[in-house]
Design a protein around this ligand. Structure first.
Ligand code: DX5
Ligand code: ZN
Length: 218
C-alpha cells in the first residue's frame, strides 16, 4: 500500500483567487492538487477548462491530479495534458473506449487512472487494473463538493486492495467526496492511499495539521 497522500480539491477553493489558494495548498505541505473538470452532462455542474490548468501550471510544482467528469473524456485528455496535467483520471460509466483512452494518456506522458461512481460495481474497473496508475472510488455522487461521505464504498476499495495484492500490482487507490479527518482512518484500513478533500481541507483551521493527520495514517 502506498504512502498516504492528501490531494486538496481546487473545487473548494475561491475561484476568483485560485493562484493564491494554491499557494496555501503548498504552504500546508501538500504535494498534490486535485482538479475537477465537469461538463454539465455527465454531471450537473461546470468547473474549469484546459486554460485554467495551463495558467496555473507555471505557478505551481504541485502534482496536478485532473479528474475528468465528462461524457467524452477521450476528446479532452490531450488538451489537459498539454496544459500541464500530471495525471488524468477518466470515468468508466460513459460509453467510449476506456482502454484506448488510458493508452492515449500514457502515450502523451501523463499518469492515468479510472474512476467509478458509488452506484457502479467495482467489477467495472477490473479490466483496467494492470493498465492504470490509480483507481478513484467516488465516495459521493460526483458534481458538487460538500456532500456526505458514503462509507459503503469502502467495501469496494478493500476489494481493489485485495486484487492489487493478489496480482502484485501497485496502482494507488484514491477516494473522493466527503473525505475528512473522521473517516480517513477507515479509508486507510480499507486500502486507500490517496485522499481527495475539498471542503474539509479548505475549511480546516490548521491545514498543515489536517494534512499531517492524513499523511501520517499507518
Ligand atoms: C465531486 C468532486 C470532488 C469534490 C470533493 O464531484 O469530484 O473532488 O471536490 O469535495 P468535498 O471534499 O467537499 O466532498
Ligand atoms: Zn474529484
Amino acid at each position: 500500500m502506498g504512502t498516504p497522500i492528501l490531494a486538496p480539491s481546487m473545487l473548494a477553493a475561491d475561484h476568483t483567487r485560485l493562484a493564491e489558494d494554491i499557494k496555501g495548498v503548498e504552504q500546508a505541505g501538500c504535494s498534490w492538487l486535485h482538479v475537477d473538470i465537469m461538463d454539465g452532462h455527465f454531471v450537473p455542474n461546470l468547473t474549469f477548462g484546459p486554460q485554467t490548468v495551463a495558467d496555473l501550471r507555471p505557478k505551481t510544482k504541485l502534482f496536478l491530479d485532473v479528474h475528468l467528469m465528462l461524457d467524452n473524456p477521450q476528446d479532452f485528455v490531450e488538451p489537459f495534458i498539454q496544459a500541464g496535467a500530471d495525471q488524468v483520471t477518466v470515468h468508466v460509466e460513459p460509453d467510449y473506449d476506456v482502454s484506448a483512452c488510458l493508452s492515449k494518456i500514457k502515450e502523451l506522458g501523463a499518469k492515468c487512472g479510472v474512476v467509478f461512481n458509488p452506484g457502479t460495481p467495482v467489477d467495472a474497473v477490473e479490466p483496467y487494473l494492470d493498465a492504470v496508475d490509480i483507481i478513484l472510488a467516488m465516495t459521493v455522487q460526483p458534481g458538487f463538493g460538500g456532500q456526505s461521505f458514503q462509507a459503503s464504498v469502502l467495501e469496494k476499495t478493500a476489494q481493489l486492495a485485495a486484487w492489487r495484492q493478489e496480482k502484485g500490482l501497485d496502482f494507488r487507490i484514491e477516494v473522493d467526496g466527503g473525505v475528512n479527518a473522521e473517516n480517513a482512518p477507515d479509508c486507510r484500513k480499507a486500502g486507500v492511499d490517496t485522499f481527495v478533500a475539498g471542503t474539509a481541507f479548505f475549511k480546516a483551521a490548521d491545514r498543515d495539521a489536517f494534512r499531517l493527520n492524513i499523511e501520517s495514517l499507518a
